[in-house]
Design a protein around this ligand. Structure first.
Ligand code: ZN
Length: 594
């Protein structure tokens, strides 16, 4: 090859390189970009797909393509996502009961569209003590007392629970439209709820008091080893059926008769299934701190997290104990113990009037004991005990030994309905008898429910400032058209947090309050796919105007729905629209471990 030819070849190559390389480079870049874009789109499709199920810790995607229509689109929302983050503006796409997309989705096809009109869209609230779900069986519309508060999931079961049952504990069954329904196990009970269809989601605990009642009746004695084994088997079965944990209410007979050791043994069974220990502690007044210590000790020994229901310091002299109780929980958390609590935002508690009498008297059976309460001699002894002793949950002391602080909200069958809304003192004056006679006459029926004024506002604020405190109603689902009366918390607890403690007093920010009522309780109840607004989460959502949301139930007029929760969506279905029930019942029985 001569030099000239080589030079020409080099020049030609250089020419081609100069002319074509930018084109090649451009093509290469474009191909690369194309690949990048298509990968991004694929990724995006995965992200936009619904995580419909988590199995063995891995998400399962529904494979929904980007262009598929949503079932429901909520647009123009101020999203308060449940994590405590400041609100942000966006649209929420829902498919198959699950949130599948968030962003600017206004041009996306959807079968149903809700314009949030720049109001707050938050995760549905979780009622940490919703009492008994059986009200939903009897009357599905009783759910409205919760739905109007924005509650989309309720926890059922305190010391007693709806299962297990036996012939003695569920003798009459539950009357549902003329049919007496009976069940033994949680599995049977859950199927009834599902057959009947419920408007909101429910989670259940197995009550240690219930298990005791089934095995030992109402007796005040320790269980034999055989009885202990029977109780443990019942807890095993309940947990297998999907109960979330073991719960107790340690002031009510017969649950109050259980020792710490008995409860540790039962809680250990719950722990085997990843369950939790939840408790109405043994004392909510002068021994509050000790009672919390007992709860923490049970959790430590059993290997379960601990949740304290309706944390309170009852009785004026005990109000300062709220601070100590919160400190105790905080210290336990610092030391690695998972402890949480909840409150209801009212300064009166709610209790059966008969529990103004020491629980030890009920050890031979409630009916047997109450039938003796007409005897003047029995009354004299009981009065002396109530007036002079304090080593038990003495509600007479907690109301400052003043019958004017005890309001009757629900009447027994043997008393006049005219007494509802009156204090024990007022009833005594009306009847021209002394206050103790009025008290015993009403307590004797075993059916009179009262709201003792036992707490103060400051302890509510202190509790709400603690980051581990959630909210409960401590009340059954209640239909105001058929109920005689109630505690206002039944209808107002959650909106009252937003109205009084967020809007009026500024104790909490809106985002923090929503967090306490959504993701915090969801974590507590192992409901990791609820309580947050994010893709893959169950579509339990509420829409409200924070300036307008308001509880309306009061102690004198408790049967009144909350206002301002305009829309409630449960599992992707609209249950409340423009403040009214659509008739939908998309609630699920959320079984632990399923
Ligand atoms: Zn309780």
């Amino acid at each position: 090859m001569n030099k000239r030819f080589f030079r020409t070849l080099c020049l030609l190559l250089l020419f081609f390189l100069l002319v074509y390389s930018p084109l090649y480079a451009q093509k290469l870049i474009l191909t690369g970009l194309d690949k990048l874009v298509s990968t991004a789109v694929k990724e995006c499709k995965v992200h936009m797909s619904a995580i419909t199920k988590i199995k063995d810790g891995k998400p399962i995607f529904s494979g929904l393509a980007l262009d598929e229509a949503y079932d429901l689109l909520v647009h123009n929302a101020r999203i308060v996502d449940g994590t405590g983050n400041p609100w942000y503006r966006g649209d929420i796409g829902i498919k198959n009961g699950v949130i599948i997309a968030i962003g600017n989705l206004s041009s996306h096809d959807s079968r149903q569209v809700i314009d949030a009109a720049d109001k707050v869209v938050a995760p549905g609230f979780i009622d940490m003590m919703g009492q008994k779900s059986s009200a939903l069986l009897r009357d599905p519309s009783s759910a409205l007392s919760k739905l109007h508060q924005g509650i989309t999931t309720m926890l059922s079961g305190e010391g007693d629970s709806l299962a297990p049952q036996n012939e003695r504990t569920l003798k009459e069954g539950v009357d549902v439209e003329g049919t007496r329904l009976k069940w033994r196990t949680f599995d049977e009970y859950f199927r009834l709820l599902e057959d009947r269809r419920i408007a909101l989601n429910v989670v259940h605990n197995v009550g240690a008091g219930q298990v005791r009642l089934v095995v030992m009746g109402e007796e005040d004695r320790p269980p034999s080893s055989k009885e202990m084994e029977q109780m443990k088997t019942l807890v095993h079965n309940a947990m297998k059926d999907g109960a979330g944990g073991l719960s107790t209410a340690l002031i009510y007979p017969p649950g109050a008769y259980a020792t710490t050791e008995e409860l540790i043994e039962l809680a250990r069974v719950a722990a085997e299934y990843g369950g939790i220990y939840l408790t109405h502690v043994r004392n909510e007044s002068n021994k509050l701190v000790e009672a919390i210590e007992e709860a923490i000790h049970i959790g430590q020994e059993a290997g379960t997290p601990v949740h304290i229901f309706h944390l309170k310091a009852a009785g004026k002299e005990n109000w300062p104990l709220m601070k100590k109780a919160l400190l105790k929980i905080q210290e336990a958390r610092k030391a690695g113990m998972d402890v949480t609590a909840d409150i209801y935002p009212y300064i009166r508690n709610g209790i059966g009037l008969q529990y103004f009498i020491h629980p030890r008297h009920y050890g031979k059976g409630t009916d047997a004991f109450l039938s003796t309460v007409g005897d003047p001699e029995v009354r004299r002894t009981l009065r002396l005990e109530i007036e002079t002793t304090s080593d038990w949950e003495n509600w007479y002391r907690h109301v400052g030994k003043n019958w004017e602080n005890v309001l009757v909200v629900q009447d027994g069958p043997h008393t006049s309905q005219d007494f509802v809304g009156l204090t024990i003192q007022e009833i005594a004056d009306l009847r021209r008898v002394d206050s103790w006679t009025a008290f015993f006459d009403l307590a004797q029926s075993g059916r009179v429910f009262v709201t003792p004024k036992s707490m103060n506002e400051e302890q509510k604020r202190q509790a709400l400032r603690a980051p581990f405190v959630m909210v409960d109603t401590d009340a059954n689902p209640t239909n105001p058209t058929t109920a005689m009366s109630s505690h206002p918390r039944t209808f107002g607890a959650f909106p009252r947090i937003l109205a009084k403690y967020v809007r009026e007093e500024g104790v909490l920010s809106l985002e923090e309050a929503v967090k306490r009522m959504s993701s915090l309780p969801a974590n507590r109840l192992n409901l990791y796919n609820r309580g947050r607004i994010a893709p893959g989460m169950a579509a339990d959502l509420i829409i409200f105007d924070p300036e307008r949301v308001q509880d309306t139930a009061t102690f004198t007029k408790p049967l009144s729905y909350a206002e301002g929760i305009d829309v409630v969506i449960i599992n992707g279905e609209v249950v409340i629209s423009e403040g009214r029930w659509t008739g939908a019942r998309p609630g699920k029985v959320l079984r632990h471990g399923r």
